[in-house]
Design a protein around this ligand. Structure first.
Ligand SMILES: Nc1ncnc2c1ncn2[C@@H]1O[C@H](COP(=O)(O)OP(=O)(O)O)[C@@H](O)[C@H]1O
Ligand SMILES: [Mg+2]
Length: 255
């Protein structure tokens, strides 16, 4: 079972020629996640979400604090889904899938085909990325991330470049594939509806990279964005979001 342990994580970027003030991206974030849970990190632009994910992924160093990502006591394998799918343009969809696998066998090909079918792309496995829509390309990116079978999956606003209708269907595919694997996931978003539709738990960040709220979402899956129960939780999260905005505006230092 995978665990992500984040302790008092702080990140301060030094001044740059273009921005001559230091920036506090994270101001002491602590949290822990264990097991088959989907956690959304929700916050407005600039609240340190990407910084947090990058530090958990190990591609960025914190200024202070510690992160441990472990699977059964040893360092966990971490997978990352980016905002853009980052497919290799000269490889077919199926070859983009197979490329990330260490073992090349009939079994790995069957697994790749299985995950493509989970995102509804069996018919286009032989096509090249440029022949697919942006939404289909991102579906390949998601299928590929699950195929690699990391212990922990990190996703940084993977649907934010998509139009609303495409985003809606992508969330549906992600839910289906997640229900099948129940991989420990940290999913960054600025979209309240998306967080409620996908997550078991919503960690809300405010500017300065401080945890403002930690909200459990106890709703059955698969979830539909127009389900009244989903809408009700969304309203509650939005209410808390408004209170965060007010707190920030009026200088409340609550955290
Ligand atoms: N490499 C960097 N150098 C300087 N400042 C940065 C750098 N990366 C991010 N920041 C700043 O840190 C803050 C948090 O950024 P980020 O983690 O990207 O937030 P989010 O993903 O929530 O939009 C922002 O004010 C951003 O401008
Ligand atoms: Mg970001």
């Amino acid at each position: 079972m995978a665990t992500i342990l984040i302790e008092n994580l702080t990140k301060v970027y030094p001044p740059t020629p273009t921005y001559p003030q230091q920036v506090q991206a994270l101001g002491g974030v602590s949290m822990s996640v264990t097991g088959n849970v989907f956690v959304a990190v929700l916050g407005p632009s600039g609240s340190g979400k990407t910084t947090l994910l990058n530090i958990v992924a190990g591609v960025e160093e914190p200024t202070a604090g510690a992160v441990r990502v472990v699977q059964d006591g040893v360092p966990a394998q971490v997978g990352y889904v980016f905002q853009e799918p980052r497919l290799l343009p000269w490889r077919s969809v199926l070859d983009n899938m197979l490329y990330v696998q260490n073992r090349k066998s009939d079994r790995s090909k069957r697994e790749a085909e299985f995950y493509l079918s989970m995102v509804g792309l069996s018919e286009v496995a032989h096509l090249y990325p440029a022949q697919l829509s942006a939404g289909m390309q991102q579906r390949v990116g998601i299928a590929r991330a699950f195929l690699v079978n990391p212990d922990v999956l990190l996703m940084d606003e993977p649907f934010s470049h998509m139009d609303a209708l495409t985003g809606r269907s992508l969330r549906d595919y992600l839910q289906r594939i997640w229900l099948h694997t129940r991989k420990t996931a940290l999913f960054v978003t600025h979209d309240v509806g998306e967080a409620v539709e996908l997550a078991d738990r919503i960690l809300m960040l405010r500017p300065g990279g401080v945890v403002f709220d930690d909200i459990p979402v106890n709703l059955q899956r698969p979830r539909r964005p127009d389900d009244p129960a989903v809408r009700a939780v969304e309203s509650e999260v939005l209410r808390r979001f408004d209170s965060m905005e007010a707190a920030v505006r009026f200088g409340d230092q609550r955290n």
